[in-house]
Design a protein around this ligand. Sequence first.
Ligand code: AGP
Length: 615
Amino acid sequence: MCGIVGYVGYRDVVSVILNGLTNLEYRGYDSAGMALQDCGELRIYKTLGKLINLKNELEAKKYELKHPSSGIGHIRWATHGSPSLVNAHPHTCTCGRLVVVHNGIIENYKELREELIKKGCKFKSQTDTETIAHLVADEYANSKDLEIAVRNSVKKLQGAYAICVMHKDTPDLIVGARKHAPMVIGLGEGENFIASDIPAIIEYTKKTIYLEDNEIAVVTKDKVKITDINGKELVKKTEILPWEPVALSKLGYKHFMLKEIHEQPDVIRNVLNGKLYDIDEPVILNEVKLDKEILKNLNKIQIIACGTSLHAALAGKYLIEDLAGISVEVEASSEYIYRRTTTDSSTLVIGVSQSGETADTITAIKQAKEKKAHVLIITNRPDSNMARLADSLIPVNAGIEVSVAATKSYSAQLISFYLLAIYLAEIKETVDKQSLKNLKHELIQIPSKIEEILSDLKPIQNCARKFSSYKNFIYISRGINLSTAYEGALKLKEISYINATGYPAGELKHGPIAMLDETMPVLAVLIPGGITYEKILSNCEEAKARNAKLIALTSSNDDNLKNIFDVVIKIPKVNEILSPALTCVPLQLLAYYIAEFLGKDVDQPRNLAKSVTVE
Ligand code: AGP
């Protein structure tokens, strides 16, 4: 959840680390810090709040710096200890000569802390990370070798960590290690990088080495040495990153979220590319590594995910059950991991995750693998930990998503589920060929229909202006768009901090209707032509009778809707089963414009982080 950048080389070290942290700021932003090796001095700077405060601090104190030649930086999303200056990273040992930045959680830090206090270590913070600093310093006192000290220390750590360590006595040498938290090395000429995620280094190099669990990296400007936990040197594969630095630019949009919403048509074209190129031909999903005979007889799927990915999974359930007739359970990863599940070797378990690093989902996937299930991962990060656990991997190729609120990755996940559901339906022959052909034909048209929505933002902006002062919303729908209602409500909550609840429309009368009055607008997603339209309309009438303000998100041309709803947001005509791919877009935009009118920090909402690497 935090971000780490380390650099040794000839460039302006402060700028490299600050740039890297800027590109990681979506991961956390409670506090920031940097340690620099500067002509024999070890200098440490820390600030509370966003990275801009660290930038200003370093600008104000640049007179102190001679010529920094290496450094490590960190942005924090607080887990142990509140966001405060003393809890900000880097953390130091008692003598202040050793510094550590850390991403993850050390589970046995209390025991270690007590032992180290007995040995005379003086702790300053409430963090688990400070324990690592004292532990490595203690080991260093014996070995006088930073690599050995880190190796001996991490053997004692339980939990998750990606760490970078520097010592005043060993200038321009950074030792990194990881377990259950990502860490990547960037390779250059006369310079090298180490970071918790590639956006931090992509501006400088595309040559990378991914560190695996229990590996230690020793990084200097001319060399990167990687060893296993026993000190055996490893020959690692160098990978070339597929992304361009432009992915990290707002390209003229006010926020990354708005840019990413507008990227959705192309993202969807990208997902379809090569998998659905001819509606007369079956969907090609070579990524699914299960034998077609096994898929033919498959009768149980479990999908596990969190947050927005969970909502894509819910749409996936409706699609797979409807088209392929396979029973699908959808569960939040955080629930799946703490109960006795029915997963077995005949289950296909699908993990969905933008980041591929969500701790709850990783744990759930590991449990599913222990039960011998085939694990299919749908992720935007084929380089992630989750992807490495996959038996089958469908990369959604949405490109780097910077805004904390997921948008384009959601659309890409949804489209992946359409492809998977059609693929399974074609194998199992559960739907007639003509119906599938029609569906594929309409699926290909989704990007241009989204472009139509994006070409006229006025109705959504007007709606946002009209409703931005309300404190509570209910988003309702039925059928496949229930997932849209959940996701639309989550988007509003995340970035505007307005209370919004997604609810099955038919359940309104079983409780929530008690809350309805003129202060609680009801937003309904209703698509004509399907089996739910009239029912949702009746549910809206029930809400109107309780004086609730009503917003419709619909493809209907029925003029009569204006008599029922205060605002009608129109989307192009679409088949109900495909409609979630369209209905999600106006709801992303509605949340965006409400948050924007309220002056909220759209891309980096409070208390959130882009990838949640703690359970
Ligand atoms: C999305 O807007 C959220 N920031 C959050 O709910 C997110 O979807 C969730 O944490 C799961 O992340 P993942 O897709 O990277 O696993």
